[in-house]
Design a binder for this molecule. Structure first.
Ligand SMILES: Nc1nc2c(c(=O)[nH]1)N[C@H]1C(S)=C(S)[C@@H](COP(=O)(O)O)O[C@H]1N2
Ligand SMILES: [Mo]
Length: 406
């Protein structure tokens, strides 16, 4: 709803109830004026984001990058998408923060301060790709509800922290352990403190991987508040919803974790393909695990103008969940023929891979450059939309940019 219309139709008494104190000279408020206390903060300043980032929702805050903003090999905070399901915690006190590990399949319940975590366990740094399961949702038809992500809900920052595995070993897990579930300090939008906005997790095998971190730094600094300060889980290559921000508790489960957004159509897709718009019964829905092969052209920006005879230096990144990307190609003839790009090895497992190509165009005119990645197992990106699913997840269609040569 249009906030301006909303506030102009609000009485000063109602404004007072939102502000928590009465508006003393409320009768004097000019028609249509929005008291500063009811105006939203500037999200770019609030989160240290570049002004070219796109706000998709302000309750909760959700913001995405544009393709050309993701050109850096290591994503800086200012270009990193924000995906929140609830309200960002306020007044976080890192000194008082504790992480509790417990659950049916934990040998004991243990609680750590941040200081204990940082000193007791060895520290590791990995570059890890985090892509929202709903990245690309805006293209699905029939449309799926939720943030209408285009291509910008992906990042690959440097994460520093301790291994979840080391902490689980310190606590001790039983042979019954099959899953871990996270609990966090953000609060439900309804204000109901008994409800979790999100509490997801990963199978124990993923939890025990070397690269699965309980991170306290991003790009060499404290994690920014919007990205989970002071502690977050980072499970690279999986839907980023598995990487719990503001991490307070990890439960070692003896069954698949059943926290908020683990069930129904949340982060689940039909186990077998369905017709667009089809209703899918719960038992035919499967949890998304490793993300599919995908790539993004980050230079040039779509709409680029080139001089005749001038080669184009194309570049971008490719990733494939748990797998390495083994081939990267581009097409300038709408997918009829493909040429190889130069493809770098990842900085480490689960990091995206940089690609580049020098493209020459045969004559003046309009072109599209399409990019296609293929993973180690031979899976390639579809040129257009992959299978429809109720929540619009996993759109890994080829990224395309427009180029004019004159
Ligand atoms: N506690 C908590 N963790 C969370 C979320 C959340 O709303 N609360 N959102 C998840 C989702 S859906 C995504 S895509 C990523 C986004 O991480 P980012 O905002 O740091 O980019 O965080 C995940 N972890
Ligand atoms: Mo997400």
């Amino acid at each position: 709803m249009d906030r301006r219309k909303f506030t102009s139709s609000l009485s000063f008494v109602a404004m007072g109830s939102i502000l928590g104190v009465p508006v003393v000279f409320g009768k004097q408020i000019p028609m249509g004026y929005i008291p500063l206390g009811l105006q939203d903060p500037d999200p770019f300043e609030l989160f240290n984001k570049d002004k070219q980032m796109v706000v998709l929702n302000d309750r909760p805050w959700n913001m995405e990058a544009q393709a050309h903003l993701l050109d850096d090999k290591v994503t800086p905070n200012k270009y990193m998408f924000i995906r929140n399901n609830g309200k960002i915690p306020e007044n976080v006190d890192a000194e008082q923060w504790r992480l509790t590990v417990d659950g049916e399949a934990a040998k004991q319940s243990k609680s750590y301060t941040l200081q204990e975590l940082k000193t007791k366990f060895p520290t590791y740094t990995y570059q890890l790709t985090l892509e929202c399961g709903g990245n690309g949702r805006s293209e699905f038809n029939p449309p799926a509800k939720g943030n209408q992500w285009t291509v910008g809900a992906v990042s690959c920052a440097l994460w520093t922290g301790i291994r979840l595995r080391d902490v689980l070993e310190d606590v001790g897990i039983t042979s019954k352990a099959v899953y871990i579930g996270y609990y966090a300090a953000d609060t439900h939008l309804s204000g109901d403190l008994s409800k979790e906005p999100i509490s997801r997790g990963v199978p124990i095998e993923k939890a025990l991987q070397e690269e699965t971190l309980i991170a306290f730094q991003m790009n060499g600094e404290d994690i920014p508040l919007a990205h989970g300060y002071p502690l977050r889980l980072v499970c690279g290559g999986w839907p980023a919803s598995a990487s719990g921000k503001w991490l307070e508790r990890i439960r070692v489960r003896d069954k698949v974790h059943d926290g908020a957004k683990m069930t129904g159509s949340s982060y689940r897709i039909p186990c077998d393909p369905v017709a667009p718009g089809e209703k899918v019964p719960d038992e035919k829905m499967c949890i998304i695990e490793s993300m599919p092969v995908k790539s993004l052209i980050t230079y040039p920006k779509t709409g680029a103008l080139l001089k005749k005879g001038q080669p184009l230096s194309l570049r971008g990144h490719a990733w494939a969940g748990e797998l390495e990307v083994k081939q990267m190609q581009y097409s300038i003839d709408f997918g009829s023929s493909w040429q190889d790009c130069t493809l770098d090895r990842p900085a480490n497992r689960l990091a995206w891979q940089h690609f580049s190509a020098a493209i020459t165009f045969p004559k003046e005119g309009y072109y599209e450059v399409w990019a296609k990645a293929t993973d180690r197992d031979g899976n390639s990106q579809p040129m257009v939309l992959p299978g429809w699913n109720p929540k619009g997840y996993l759109n890994n269609a080829c990224h395309r940019i427009a180029v004019k040569v004159r």
